[in-house]
Design a protein around this ligand. Structure first.
Ligand code: FAD
Ligand code: NAD
Length: 464
C-alpha cells in the first residue's frame, strides 16, 4: 500500500474530470486524477466520438449506395458499393486511440498526476484506489466527483448476448441484419440512422407517441420523415415487454394494446442513462441528492464541504460540453477565482439526419414565460441548402415580444450542427432580433437561414 497527498483529487477522467484537472494544473494547483478505464470517459471511448465516426462512415456509404441506385440527381453513377465494416471499426478505433493519447498528453503537460484504477471513498478527504500495483491511498484537501453515467437497462431486457447497450453497438464487428432499437431518443436514433444507412433493417420501438419526445413535434418531424425514407420502421406508443421464449424476438405491446414479436439479430436498448453513484463508497458521505443525481449548487459544490461534483453525475443535460464547462469552473474556484455557473444556455445537438440544434428555451417554455414573437425560415428558401440537395428543415427564432431579446433558437437541417455556435453566441450576448438582422452573413451558407429567420420575425425577410 502506498500513500500520497494532493490539493485536488478528481475522480473520473471524462470530459468533466479531465478538463477540471487540466485547468487546475494550468493554474498551478497540485492535482491528481483517478480513472478506472481510459482517459476521455464515456464521451471519447464509447459515446460522442465513436458514434460520430460511425455516423460519418454510414453517411459516406449511403451517398455511394444512393448513386449506385441510379437515383442520383447529380448524374453520378457507381457500381454496387462494398462495405468492409471491420475496416470502418478499425478507423473509428484509431480516432479514439489518438484522442486517448492526446488527453493523456494534455494531462501530463499540465503536470497532473494520473492514477489508473477504481477509486473508493474512505471518508470525505480520503480515497483508496486499486491500481495494477496495489492499493494507493490518496488524501486530498478538495475532491471532485466526475464519475459520469451508465446506460439504463430495462428489468425485462437485461444487457446480455444479443441484448446490447450503445457500448456494444459501437463495437460490433458486423452490421446486424435486423436491428431492433428500444428507445427513440438521442442514442437510438443517431445509431439507428447510421445502421440503417449501413444496410441493417432497423425498427425503433418508442414508448411515447412520437420519436425524440424531448423536442417539439415541428423539430422532430423532418427526422421522422427521413427515417421513413431510409426504410426505418418507427413504432411509437409502443412498449418493449421482454424476449420471446426462444430469445430470438422482442415482444412488444403496440398503442392499440396488441402484443407482437419482432425478430431481431440484435436488440439495442437506449432508454436513457443513469448517474454513476454506486460501488465507490458514496453512501459513506451521505450527500444530498436531486433525484438519482448528486445535488450541486451554482459553484458545483455538494452538500459536504470540500466535495464538488460535475458532469453527468449531477443531472441534465447529460452533455459533454456541460461537463467540461463545469470542470473548468470548479478548477478556477479551487484556485481562488470568483466564479459561478451563469450560463444562459447549453446547446444541444442531435446528430440525426437531418440534425437538430436547440439552444435556449423551447417554444413552450418561452410562451409560458410571456409574450413572444417567433418565426421560422425554411431551408427550401435557402440557396446553399438547395445546392446540397437538402432543402428539408428550417431555423426558428423565438424572442421576447417587448424588447426582441432572443430566448430560444432552434434548427433542423442536414449538417447544421455547426450553427449551434452562432445560436449560442447570440443568446449568451443577449442579442436582439435587430442585432442578428444587422449582421452580414456569408452567402451561400445555411447560416443565412438564421439571419433570414430574424428578419422574418421583424417583418422584412428578403428570400421568402
Ligand atoms: P463520463 O464521460 O461518463 O466519464 C466518467 C469517467 O469516470 C469514466 O471514464 C469512468 O470510467 C470513470 N469512473 C467512474 N467511477 C470511477 C471510480 N470510482 N474510480 C475511477 N474512475 C471512475 N454528449 C454530447 O455532448 N455530444 C454527443 O454527441 C454525445 N454523444 C453520445 C453518444 C453516446 C453513444 C453516449 C453514450 C453518450 C453521448 N454523449 C454525448 C453524452 C456524453 O458522453 C456525456 O455527457 C459525457 O461523457 C459526460 O462526461 P462526464 O465527465 O460527466 O462523465
Ligand atoms: P434519451 O432520453 O435521449 O431517449 C430515451 C428514449 O427512450 C425516450 O424517447 C423515451 O421515451 C424512450 N423510452 C424509455 N423507456 C422506454 C421503454 N420501456 N420502451 C420504449 N421506449 C422507451 O436517452 P438515450 O438515447 O439513452 O441517451 C441518453 C443521454 O445521452 C441523452 O439524454 C443525452 O444526454 C446523451 N446523449 C447525447 C447525444 C448528443 O448530444 N448528440 C447523443 C447521445 C446521447
Amino acid at each position: 500500500m502506498t500513500e500520497s497527498r494532493t490539493k485536488l483529487l478528481v475522480i473520473g477522467a471524462g470530459p468533466g474530470g479531465y478538463a477540471c484537472a487540466i485547468r487546475a494544473g494550468q493554474l498551478g494547483i497540485d492535482v491528481t486524477i483517478v480513472e478506472a478505464g481510459k482517459p476521455g470517459g464515456t464521451c471519447l471511448n464509447v459515446g460522442c466520438i465513436p458514434s460520430k465516426a460511425l455516423i460519418h462512415v454510414a453517411q459516406e456509404f449511403e451517398t455511394v449506395t444512393h448513386a449506385a441506385s441510379g437515383k442520383s440527381a447529380f448524374g453520378i453513377s457507381a457500381e454496387k458499393p462494398q462495405l468492409d465494416f471491420g475496416k470502418s471499426i478499425a478507423w473509428k478505433d484509431d480516432i479514439v486511440r489518438r484522442l486517448n493519447t492526446g488527453v493523456a498528453g494534455l494531462l501530463k503537460k499540465a503536470k497532473v498526476k494520473s492514477v489508473t484504477g477504481f477509486a473508493r471513498f474512505r471518508d470525505g478527504k480520503t480515497v483508496e484506489v486499486e491500481t495494477g500495483s496495489g492499493v494507493e491511498v490518496i488524501h486530498a484537501e478538495e475532491i471532485v466527483i466526475a464519475t459520469g453515467s451508465q446506460p439504463v437497462a430495462l428489468p425485462s431486457l437485461p444487457f446480455d448476448g444479443n441484448m446490447i447497450s450503445s457500448t456494444e453497438a459501437l463495437a460490433l464487428t458486423e452490421v446486424p441484419r435486423r436491428l431492433v432499437i428500444v428507445g427513440g431518443g438521442y442514442i437510438g436514433l443517431e445509431l439507428g440512422t447510421a445502421f440503417a444507412k449501413l444496410g441493417a433493417s432497423v425498427t425503433v420501438v418508442e414508448a411515447q407517441p412520437r420519436i425524440l419526445p424531448q423536442y417539439d413535434a415541428e423539430l422532430s418531424q423532418p427526422v421522422a420523415k427521413r427515417l421513413q425514407e431510409l426504410g426505418v420502421t418507427l413504432l411509437t406508443g409502443t412498449k418493449a415487454k421482454g424476449l420471446s421464449a426462444d430469445k430470438a424476438a422482442l415482444v412488444i405491446k403496440t398503442a392499440d394494446g396488441a402484443e407482437t414479436a419482432l425478430s431481431a439479430d440484435k436488440v439495442l436498448v437506449t432508454v436513457g442513462r443513469k448517474p454513476a453513484t454506486e460501488g465507490y463508497g458514496l453512501e459513506l458521505l451521505d450527500l444530498d441528492r436531486d433525484g438519482p443525481f448528486i445535488k450541486i449548487d451554482d459553484h458545483c459544490r455538494t452538500s459536504m464541504r470540500g466535495i464538488s461534483a460535475i458532469g453527468d453525475v449531477t443531472g441534465e443535460p447529460m452533455l459533454a460540453h456541460r461537463a467540461t464547462a463545469q470542470g473548468e469552473l470548479v478548477a478556477e474556484i479551487v484556485a481562488g477565482h470568483k466564479r459561478a455557473w451563469d450560463k444562459v444556455a447549453i446547446p444541444s445537438v442531435c446528430f440525426t439526419d437531418p440534425e437538430i440544434v436547440s439552444v435556449g428555451r423551447s417554444l413552450a417554455e418561452a410562451k409560458a414565460a410571456g409574450d413572444v414573437v417567433t418565426e421560422v425560415f425554411p431551408f427550401r428558401a435557402n440557396g446553399r441548402a438547395l445546392t446540397l440537395d437538402r432543402d428539408d428543415g428550417f431555423v426558428r427564432v423565438i424572442a421576447s415580444a417587448d424588447n426582441h431579446v432572443l430566448l430560444g433558437i432552434h434548427g433542423v437541417g442536414a449538417g447544421i450542427a455547426e450553427l449551434s455556435a452562432a445560436f449560442v453566441t447570440a443568446l449568451e450576448m443577449s442579442a436582439r432580433l435587430e442585432d442578428v438582422a444587422a449582421i452580414v452573413h456569408a452567402h451561400p451558407t445555411q447560416s443565412e437561414a438564421f439571419h433570414e429567420a430574424a428578419m422574418k420575425a421583424l417583418g422584412h425577410a428578403i428570400h421568402i
